[in-house]
Design a protein around this ligand. Structure first.
Ligand code: ADP
Length: 401
């Protein structure tokens, strides 16, 4: 039997097929630029002789519904899946679970209505996730479907951590509060870190740093998240590829009054034209690092600001946790950028954080320890695997049916 995981983004569909009982990956696919002039479609799978094969196509995929039909055809055509009866379950990544969902949940009509109700909080993502769920249900009506929410892991944050210092009625009437995102990744890497260290997750204080195009930090006490840097939306917190992260909210009133910028223009600026891109014109950390090495001032500034913001969050979360045992770097930047890890840990020796520059520069598959021999705090690089975590959580739900 198999588990299929669907991760529908606003213009992409990522999917992975796992074989039970060990959740071995047998096929992975990605359809990008859905709704664009041409979409790229890619499936990697193992043929019957165990050799890796790749199918690549460029085709018109106007929306998510045909994208899922294409996924289904590819899985059948490649032989990765013989028919939908082979599926023990389908796991869906759902971005926003609001306050309704604290854990992976078997999908029924009420769950779909709740996800729909949350569309205003995630207007780009929840509708795509819902289409994925609806179409998967049409294709495989007898297969149990499970929703795994990006926000669920952060539902353990206490009231004093998730509320904003705004009129309380905004929380009561409009649910304005911190929700946090990247929960599946923070949850996964924290468990991986504990396992790697041979320690009990329940006894560890972990700061998890998920650094990709979007970036967030989480303070995890005994496996429970007690704070995270993203807020009502994924705009708050760390500096990101194109998002500003934290800023003085009065900047927006000032700009609106001084320049006449509209709410939509301000929204676009903060989400798409700020962050690393705003500072140096580039949002890819590889390019920025190269430019910084060549002496480009703005690229160096962007890198320094990115790491300084990270360092401030590490400090804040050490205080929130009352001490830290392990710092975990993950995501495209966290896993690959030695310079970001080095700069964000630099000068924290008095807090017990000592990164070893040589260990840090070393590259290997899997988990890497980069702290120095005399650093009481472990510093780990842990590759994230959100699809595997969704498959694992889906399996747990269906095993309890
Ligand atoms: P997403 O949030 O879209 O899933 P990823 O987790 O793939 O993104 O991270 C994308 C980021 O990772 C980009 O800024 C990219 O430059 C960065 N990245 C990938 N590889 C490297 C590398 N070798 N060195 C530095 N940054 C890297």
């Amino acid at each position: 039997m198999k588990i299929l995981v669907l991760n529908s983004g606003s213009s992409s569909l990522k999917f992975q097929l796992f074989e039970l009982p060990d959740l071995t990956v047998i096929a992975s696919g990605l359809i990008e630029r859905i709704g664009g002039e041409y979409s790229s479609v890619r499936l990697t799978f193992c043929d019957s002789a165990g050799a890796e094969q790749v199918i690549k196509k460029n085709m018109v995929v106007p929306e998510h519904r045909p994208a899922i039909a294409i996924m289904s055809e590819l899985l059948l055509e490649s032989g990765a899946m013989a028919n939908v009866q082979e599926l023990a379950g389908i796991g869906h990544r759902v971005v926003h679970g609001g306050e309704f969902f604290h854990e992976p949940t078997l999908i029924d009509r009420a769950v779909m209505e709740a996800i729909e109700e949350l569309v205003p909080l995630a207007p780009l993502h929840n509708p795509a996730n819902l289409i994925g769920i609806r179409v998967a249900m049409e294709h495989a009506p007898t297969v149990p479907q499970v929703a795994v929410f990006d926000t669920a892991f952060h539902q353990s944050i206490p009231e004093h951590g998730y509320l904003y210092a705004l009129p309380y009625t905004l929380y009561e009437q409009h649910k304005v509060r911190r929700y946090g995102f990247h929960g599946t990744s923070h949850d996964y890497v924290a468990k991986q870190a504990a396992e790697h260290l041979g320690m009990v997750l329940g006894e560890l204080n972990i700061i998890s740093l998920h650094l990709g195009n979007g970036a967030s930090a989480a303070a995890i006490q005994g496996g429970q998240c007690i704070d995270t840097s993203m807020g009502l939306t994924p705009l708050e917190g760390l500096i990101m590829g194109t998002r500003s992260g934290d800023l003085d909210p009065a900047i927006l009133f000032y700009l609106a009054r001084e320049t006449g910028m509209t709410i939509d223009e301000l929204d676009d600026m903060l989400n798409k034209k700020s962050g690393l891109k705003g500072i140096c014109g580039e949002n890819d950390m590889r390019t920025i690092t190269e430019l910084a090495e060549q002496g480009n001032h703005q690229a160096r500034l962007a890198l320094t600001m990115f790491c300084y913001r990270l360092k401030k969050y590490i400090g804040a979360y050490i205080a929130a946790l009352g001490g830290v045992d392990c710092i975990v770097f993950t995501g495209g930047i966290g896993e690959n950028s030695a310079i970001v890890r080095q700069l964000s840990c630099q000068g924290l020796e008095r807090l017990g954080i000592g990164l070893d520059v040589e260990n840090n520069a070393f590259r290997q598959e899997g988990i890497l320890e980069v702290q120095g021999a005399d650093s009481p705090v472990k510093i780990l690089v842990v590759p994230t695997d959100e699809e595997l975590e969704i498959a694992t959580q889906t399996l747990q739900v269906i095993q309890n049916l």
